[in-house]
Design a protein around this ligand. Sequence first.
Ligand SMILES: Nc1ncnc2c1ncn2[C@@H]1O[C@H](COP(=O)(O)OP(=O)(O)OP(=O)(O)O)[C@@H](O)[C@H]1O
Ligand SMILES: [Mg+2]
Length: 349
Amino acid sequence: MSQVIFEHVYKSFDGNTYAVNDMHVQIEDGEFVSFLGPSGCGKTTSLRMIAGFMNPTKGKIYIGDRVVSDPEHGTLLPPETRRIGMVFQSYAVWPHMNVFKNVAYPLKIQKVSRTDIQKRVRLALEMVHLEGMETRFPHQLSGGQQQRVALARALVMEPEVLLLDEPLSNLDAKLREKMRFEIKELQSRIHVTVIYVTHDQAEAMAMSDRIVVMNKGVTHQIGSPRQIYETPADDFVAGFIGLTNFMKCEIIDQHRVRLPNGAEIEPAVATDQQGEALLSVRPEKIYLVKNGGDLQGTVKRRTYLGNVLDYLVDVDGTDIRVSSEPHIIFNEGDTVGLDIKRCVVFNMK
Ligand SMILES: Nc1ncnc2c1ncn2[C@@H]1O[C@H](COP(=O)(O)OP(=O)(O)OP(=O)(O)O)[C@@H](O)[C@H]1O
Ligand SMILES: [Mg+2]
């Protein structure tokens, strides 16, 4: 087990723009941390820098108490000395090798003895519940089983840090969910530090101790799933994690804001801003009422989703999403009040 530290790390490919821009985070021993953000935000680049497949332009990376990357002082330890295991986005198991040979491959490269290879491969396959499948070829395995071969191949090196780059993206929804639990369970069994890359916010929420939310190379927030969902650092995080409604408001004081229709409400977190601001309200934090409410609107659309009813309400020309208990029923065309139960405010940009 090992901690991983990014100390003001930058990566530029073209000398002008940063694919990773001042990454600064300490990942603790045994922690499960996800890098989450839209395509191109720098997730894979960050992971490859930990692995040593790519060098930072500036800054330091530590694994355990060792500096593994520090370009300014000429330290760039090669990947094979970093004690990391990595699973790539496409599962990259070798089709012409059976399960045993796939998993044994990295040990063979390192010239580990035959008996040790036998022992370690058996252990790694046990960890991912693939014992008995040694002689099967990848085309004789399901997608989830192939994914577990890739995991076993990363684990066979007895890594201190496991780096997983969108490892479930090729699997169907049901299997993805099952594998989430398997990976979590595996982590708690073998006590390894995991850094997990995904652009799927539900996956990051379900698995992580903490999430690093990134956009265009910049870290927007580092926090637990609850912190990120309930107190997003800015409008990017609020909009990227889950659904939210944005509307303009005016700050009255630290604890009160005024909506365009004159209604006054209290944000969940006191604000030190002044003037115009952006209000963010989650759909499940708006209650529809027959009379009154902070805002008034007309039901434009109602969708039955089983566990909730999803409403689209027109409030003075703006569409507001509301998700409510399935037994509180309003019809399309109804005039409704919207009670805002919880909101946060951000700077206008
Ligand atoms: N070898 C490279 N040479 C030049 N630019 C690169 C290279 N690798 C990545 N980039 C650029 O760096 C940025 C970050 O890429 P990265 O692969 O880290 O994104 P990502 O967050 O993993 O995205 P995705 O979710 O699509 O996998 C992108 O703009 C990408 O085009
Ligand atoms: Mg990527």
